[in-house]
Design a protein around this ligand. Sequence first.
Ligand SMILES: [Fe+2]
Ligand SMILES: [Fe+2]
Length: 295
Amino acid sequence: MSTTPKFTEKEINPLGSLDEWEDAVLERYPDPETIATAKSTEAYRNYDAPERDTVREFYRLNHTYQTYDFVQEKRADYLRFDKKEMPIWEAFNFLNQLVDDSDPDTDLDQFQHLLQTAEAIRTDGHPDWMVLVGLMHDMGKTLCLFGEPQWAVVGDTFPVGCAYSDKIVYPEFFKNNPDFSNPEYQTPTGIYKKGCGLRNVHMSWGHDEYVYQMMKDSLPESGLYMLRYHSFYSWHREGDYEQLLDDHDREMLKWVKLFNPYDLYSKNPVPPDWKQLRPYYEDLVAKYLPQTLKF
Ligand SMILES: [Fe+2]
Ligand SMILES: [Fe+2]
């Protein structure tokens, strides 16, 4: 039985596109290098007030409906991976069906963002598995193509089943979440044991956990942390949730932090030359991933 309430079209897609969430994150965490060189981040983002309103509405929905039970329902459904199976390169075409209707001229497609992230990592000489993390990190956004609301695909992720960090953007909206009035869920550790480690903590549902589960047999642990927690800003940027961490999480944090700037700051209006890059990425994918990807 589904516990998901029925949503209107406006509640499913409060944002003009998924990119509006990423633009809002970039506004919160601007590129220090771009600031240092006095180059405005204006090139990346749009300060339009209407867009900010849609982002606010997006967070209202996210904070209201991401309950512990909602997360369990989505895990039970999606982690069966019985929805679709396709060759890896077809999966990128599938993901690219997520087009931005609101601004088709200025935004690059999902694949271009993945490729730019991967290329920025490769240029800096990081190991090839990290380049692959760059290439795959947003594959979980295919959740939208299975009808999931935007607020159950993107947005800052956070632990469910324990108190919310006030470092999460728009914390006031958590008052609307049914878990907020469950005292068992509202202590710092909630249903978890102190120091239990993030692997024992359920995060709000979204593209991070989904892609982590997709890739978990194919990448080293440090790469898996990058996938699984790349939107967990209240941890990797704000340093919160210490009470849930174990030594392994503290050790892995540096990898999550290493990855984040490539995701946020590699966006460039000029698409990479795919024809030239293709042989490298075909070899990379063949080295680590199975021939087909399950959704
Ligand atoms: Fe992402
Ligand atoms: Fe991304």
